[in-house]
Structures are given as C-alpha cells and as structure tokens.
Write a protein that binds this ligand. Structure first.
Ligand code: S3P
Length: 446
C-alpha cells in the first residue's frame, strides 16, 4: 500500500539521449481482472506477465481473504484456484485496497451479490474518492452499503443474498463502474444489461467471454449494450497479460522530448479502447511507429518505436477520445509543453476524481516550472514552448498519485533545470521498475 510510508522525494535532471529497449510491466487493468475472474472460476487459472505493483498485490490479498488460493510461482507467474461464482467466503478482516480505485470498485462488484458483509478501506487518496458511482448501481441488485459521508471509504457492503438482475445505463464513462455491475451480474439469475454511451476499456467483457460466460455486445442507437447471462460456471484460463500501454506512455513520451532519443517499447497492447494517446501523439507530429503488429491473446499488440521529435505541434484532442486515454493526459501535457502552440484537452472532468485531481495537480506543477496552463471544470489547455524550452527548476507535489509523479519526472528529463517531486513512492503502485528502467535508457533520476 502506498501513502503509509515515508515520502520519497525524487529529482529528474536534464538527460542525454534515451536509447534502448524498455520492457514495461504487465497491464494493470488486465492484471486486476485476471485475479478476480480467476477467483470466481472453478479450478486453477494460470497467469503470466502479471503486474506486481502494489495495487495488484492488494487485489491478490483480497482474493485470498475471500477464500481463493493465490500463489506466486516466479516473477509475474501466478496461479489462482478459484471458488466459483457465488463462492466467496466472508473475510474476517477489513479489505485494504491501498491506492487502487480499480481494485476496490471491481472487488465490491464481484462480492456484491453473495450474502456476505465486507468492509473496505484504502490509503489517504483512495479514502477521498467517490464510491457511490458503484454502490448506487449495486443497490439495484439488493446490495446495501454504509460508508462515510459523500459515499467514501471506509465502507461496508452487505451483499444481496437473493440478487435480482439489473439493467443499468452508465451516467459516467467509467470502465470501473461498468465492470463492477457486470461482476455483480455474474451471481444474479437472468440477464444483467449495462449500457454505455461512450466506449470505455473493454477488458472485462473480453475476459468474461474468455472465461466462458455468455455475454453479448450490441450497438443500439450509437450506444454499446452489454448483456450478461448470470450464474455461469466460469472455466479457469491460461492468461498472458500484455504490457501496459499506460506505463509505455512514460518511456514513449520521454523519448519524444529528450534530444537524440530512440527507444523501442515492445509488446504493447493497442486495444482501441486504450490507445488514444498514441493516436494523439502521431497527430502532433511525433516520430512514433508501430512495428511487428500482431494479435496476442485476442488483443492487438505492437512494438512501439519512439524517436526524438523536435517539431511537434499542439492539437485539439477531441472529447470523444477521452475514455481511451483518460490516464495519459498528465504525461501528454508534458509533451504538449515541449511542442509548439496550444494543446486543448476537452471532455476530461473524470480526471478530477482519479488518484488525485489530475488537472489541478499538473496545472500547478507545470506553472511552477514555467509553463502556461488554462483550465475549466471539464477541460485544460497547455501553451507549448517548443522543444527544449521548458525552464523547469521547481518542486511539484505528487498528491499520492503515481501518474503525476512519473509525469513530472519526464518533464525534468527535457527541461533546462531539474524538476523535483515531493513523493515518488506511489510509482510502485503501477510501475515498480520505473526508476531502473528509465535510468537504463539514460534518464538521470535521483
Ligand atoms: C480502469 C478504468 C479507468 C482508469 C483506471 C483503470 C479500469 O477508471 O482510469 O486507471 O481498469 O477499469 P474509470 O473507470 O474511473 O474511468
């Protein structure tokens, strides 16, 4: 769990060319889902390439607390002996999900339609985040929730012993909410339907089908209608987790802005519901190519090659792309500061309720480092200074947010003076090898 230890200040000094191969860790979204669905299957699921970041380890511990046998055999190599849909035992301790909104919201869904009481908590960041977006739809199944004011953790959910299936149209574009409802629908009789106006990451749908659930996705009047038939027996799977495009974003963006760089980031999942950043970077004029494009485990995968791109231009990022790059705007803003002209990012209010208010955290830190940023509730804009013109030299706050800490470290690599963050410890939640990996490429992190 992050946020419980001593803060770890970090400094990023201007770096020489970054070069080499950056093997980033497994996808965080797919890692959480592998453990949870593995725990809901009957028999042994085998997982390779699992992200061993703190967020995912907290989910592994939670699955053990619900009665699944979760074993690490080697680095990234795990097995989960599941207890079947509806087979979760009542944990005898509080479930602590650390920093992870994905972990807690998916687990709440998975346990919501089994007649057990579960108390959830997290770190200082997670305990500020809204949970009603999940507990409201779970109440439709018959689940009861009591938490702190504003629907915040710590919170106890009493699962529905006789759940009814649900039809739910998502009021916010959130894969976590969609997934919580689908996982709850697994133990409800009949058909649970989730409707989304904007396509969000679809790993839960893909993996449910892989585990043998009956699930269909139709396009009706421009909306995605997902129908899941409840109470299946899920069969255990062999899962190779692809590398995380959200982690790949950091070495890719760093290579684009550090003079002379040429970095290969192999085996990155390019599921269209996740790849919006790379489309945007190419629109800005980034020298970013997809090599060796292939399909692995049903997902499009490529090796990304990023080279220093001094002529990038600011762009308007369309709001309809937001869901496919929601976690990548912080590091995009760092590239935008090194491009020429204004980059406008609209339709992004969900950024305000992530591990931190990410618009505010980036805007404050960028301004301190000499970059002009404008913002509204649902948008923000960065005035690019052109390649290598960011002054840097200031200290920023990471607000217990891994992606904010890593984005400021990338800012420092291409700035004129070092950039500092007050606490880099949260990086371990999603990208525990960030410092050695970036250092090996040529970054100067202290
Ligand atoms: C995730 C969904 C997104 C994303 C998060 C991971 C997931 O959150 O920001 O990092 O794995 O479902 P929202 O559902 O809040 O958009």
């Amino acid at each position: 769990m992050s946020g419980h230890g001593t803060p770890m200040p970090m400094t990023s000094l201007p770096a020489g060319p970054l070069s080499g191969v950056a093997e980033v860790p497994g996808d965080k979204s797919i890692s959480h889902r592998s453990l949870i669905l593995g725990a809901m299957a009957v028999g042994e699921t085998r997982i390779t390439g699992l992200l061993e970041g703190e967020d995912v380890i907290d989910t592994a511990k939670a699955m053990r607390a619900f009665g699944a046998e979760v074993i690490q055999h080697g680095p990234g190599d795990w097995s989960v002996h599941g207890v079947g849909v509806g087979g979760f035992a009542e944990p005898d301790q509080v479930i602590d999900c650390g920093n992870s909104g994905t972990g807690v919201r998916l687990i709440m869904g998975a346990a919501a339609t089994t007649g057990i009481a579960v108390t959830y908590t997290g770190d200082a960041s997670l305990n500020k985040r809204p949970m009603a977006r999940v507990t409201d739809p779970l109440a439709l199944f018959g689940t009861q929730a009591v938490g702190r004011s504003g629907g915040r953790l710590p919170m106890t959910l009493v699962g529905a012993a006789d759940p009814v299936p649900v039809r739910y149209e998502l009021p916010v574009p959130s894969a976590q909410v969609k997934s919580a409802v689908l996982l709850a629908g697994l133990n409800a009789p009949g058909q649970t339907v989730v409707i989304e106006e904007e396509a969000t990451r679809d790993h839960t749908e893909r993996m449910l089908a892989g585990f043998g659930a009956e699930i269909t996705v139709e396009e009706v009047d421009g909306k995605r209608v997902i129908t899941l038939t409840g109470q299946p027996e899920l069969s255990p799977q062999v899962i190779a987790v692809p590398r995380d495009p959200s982690s790949a974003a950091f070495p890719v963006c760093a290579a684009l802005i550090v003079p002379g760089s040429d970095v290969l980031v192999p085996g990155i999942g390019l599921n269209p519901t996740r790849a919006g950043l790379f489309t945007t970077l190419r629109e800005m004029g980034a020298d970013l190519t997809y090599e060796n494009e292939r399909i692995e485990g049903g997902e499009p995968v490529a090796d990304l090659r990023a080279r220093y791109s001094p002529d990038m231009k600011g762009v308007d990022v369309p709001p309809e792309r937001a869901a496919s790059m929601i976690d990548e705007y912080p590091v995009l803003s760092v590239v935008a500061a090194n491009a020429s002209g204004r980059t406008l990012m609209a339709g992004v209010k969900e950024m305000r309720i992530k591990e931190s208010d990410r618009i505010d955290a980036m805007a404050v830190g960028l301004r301190a480092n000499g970059v002009t940023v404008d913002e509204g509730e649902d948008w923000w804009a960065v005035e690019g200074l052109g390649a290598g013109n960011v002054p840097g030299g200031a200290a920023c706050q990471s607000h217990l947010d891994h992606r904010i800490a890593m984005s400021f470290m990338v800012l420092g690599m291409a700035a004129k003076a070092p950039v500092r963050v007050d606490d880099g410890a949260p990086i371990a939640t999603s990208f525990p090898i960030f410092v050695p990996l970036m250092t090996e490429l040529g970054a100067k992190l202290a």
